[in-house]
Design a protein around this ligand. Structure first.
Ligand code: F6P
Length: 359
């Protein structure tokens, strides 16, 4: 009988509970015990480690669709990789993690995380030396390389789309525009997808330069006095600071375009998990369990052309570039951001959406 652990790290998103529930049920069918580590690595930094043995009573099927993580994702002010690095306690942190994992005597650990957690798991692989480490990619930002989808992205797109749909009606009633700020860090995937789905008139993303005068011209020549403009939280405007939506809104106001800003914020990470995310979480859970059975380690589940399989974590690392953040030099930036040949860009342009100054 195997003893496996599950841990959710980084920001929460929809689909985590589906993955946890599926891993639990799939593992039980194989006769394995499943332990949930609470609060990500925080749960390994306390003595004894904060874990619970999972069963159907704790996580019933009807809870599997709920957003958030049943196991929690960690607190901001505890000892974690970032705070340990900042305060020079990284050796203590690593030792504590290794000690806790040894005490738990796990055969395998399934780490459900974003690109930060996955790259840190690789950088600090010494910690996981005694067990099989299987990673499952999740994030609403869709900034993880080597996979066509991450758990949580589709539901976030749906949440943001619904938010824009609702604004569209009040926008029409008052003959005004809404500048909606999308999450996504420095990746424009979420804004691009939701913008297309919601019928936004303009989508501004960090990957594509834009020109305010051309945006204004576009809005004024659109023959409409209402609509939605989506801006990624990662865009910047030379000489301006503050929230991107506020910056764009001010520019539009100066140009005589009546508008308001709207910030869906963390609601984008919430909402009942939509079917495609549940299916992806289920496929990744199945793939992770098979990987454990096959003796794999340091791998990540990935979706490629509708095919789910594992890839070595080293491949994920090799496909990224090291960022220059001096505090966390190991973090990987992604090459999975919106690339110039992303087919959605051409579709958006053909549909008359202002998407920036594409070459
Ligand atoms: O990475 C997910 C994400 O939601 C980003 O889109 C956003 O910038 C960030 O996390 C928000 O972080 P926090 O939950 O710490 O405010």
């Amino acid at each position: 009988m195997k003893k496996i652990g599950i841990m959710t790290t980084g920001g929460d998103c929809s689909g985590l509970n589906t993955a946890i529930w599926r891993i639990m049920t799939g593992a039980h069918l194989r006769g394995w015990d499943v332990y949930g580590i609470l609060d990500g690595t925080d749960g390994l930094c306390v003595n004894p480690p904060a874990v619970i043995k999972l069963n159907d009573m704790l996580l019933p099927i009807e809870n599997a669709r709920l957003s958030g993580s049943f196991l929690h994702n960690g607190r901001a002010n505890t000892l974690n990789f970032e705070t340990a690095t900042e305060t020079g306690r990284i050796d203590t942190f690593n030792k504590q993690l290794r000690k806790s994992l040894r005490a738990l005597q796990l055969d395998a650990l399934i780490l459900i995380g974003g690109n930060g957690s996955l790259s840190l798991a690789w950088t600090n692989r010494e910690i996981y030396r005694d067990l099989q480490l299987i990673c499952i990619p999740k994030t609403i930002d869709m900034d993880i390389p080597c996979t066509d989808r991450t758990i949580g992205f589709d539901t976030a797109v749906q949440q943001l789309t619904t938010f824009c749909d609702q604004l569209m009606l009040t926008a029409r009633s008052h003959h005004r525009w809404f500048v909606v700020q999308a999450m996504g860090r420095d990746c424009g995937m979420l804004a691009l997808h939701a913008g297309l789905a919601a019928g936004a008139s303009a989508i501004l993303i960090p990957e594509i330069k834009f020109n305010i005068d051309n945006l204004v011209k576009h809005i004024k020549s659109s023959n409409s006095d209402y609509g939605v403009i989506i801006v990624s939280e990662g865009i910047t405007l030379r000489g301006h600071s503050g929230r991107p939506a506020d910056m764009i809104s001010r520019k539009l106001t100066t140009a005589g375009i009546v508008n308001r800003t709207a910030f869906p914020e963390h609601a984008q990470r919430s909402g009942d998990t939509i079917a495609t995310d549940r299916i992806l979480a289920t496929r990744f859970a199945d793939c992770a369990l098979n990987a454990i059975e096959n003796g794999e380690t340091y791998v990540m589940t990935a979706l490629e052309c509708d095919n789910v399989h594992t890839i070595p974590l080293s491949e994920f690392i090799a496909s990224g570039e090291c960022v220059t953040d001096p505090k966390i030099p190991e973090l990987i930036t992604s090459n999975a951001y919106v690339s110039p040949d992303n087919p959605l860009l051409a579709v958006a342009a053909n549909m008359g959406i202002y998407i920036g100054e594409q070459k």
